[in-house]
Design a protein around this ligand. Structure first.
Ligand SMILES: [Zn+2]
Length: 108
């Protein structure tokens, strides 16, 4: 399985789940109900995690996620602009969803 998205904001997660549902992407939640135990669990355990169940859906999921993030522009940090094609990408991506270039110009 592949981790798609992590958020401590149930509202954000719910919004993304709606987008994935609409696209028929199979996913699994972890810590879905951890938010209710806030104060009892370490901070990182209160974050909801969204995992891609079937990685053959990877491309679709990534497209849904980037469109979703574009719609929520400004509410997520770490967005970056592709140095190759100028496309805006969500901070969750290591590669440009449009052209596949690496997030940072090869600093190898
Ligand atoms: Zn690009």
């Amino acid at each position: 399985m592949k981790q798609l998205f992590v958020s401590a904001e149930p509202f954000m997660m719910q919004s993304l789940r709606s987008a994935l549902d609409a696209a028929g992407v199979p996913y699994m939640m972890k810590n879905e109900y951890a938010g209710g135990a806030l104060g009892e669990l370490p901070w990182q355990d209160t974050q909801q995690e969204l995992w891609l169940v079937d990685e053959s859906w990877g491309k679709t999921a990534q497209r849904v996620l980037s469109h979703w993030q574009a719609e929520h522009d400004g509410s997520t940090s770490g967005d970056w602009c592709c140095h190759c094609c100028g496309e805006e990408n969500g901070g969750a991506f290591e590669r440009c969803w449009a052209c596949g270039a690496n997030a940072s110009p090869s600093v190898v």
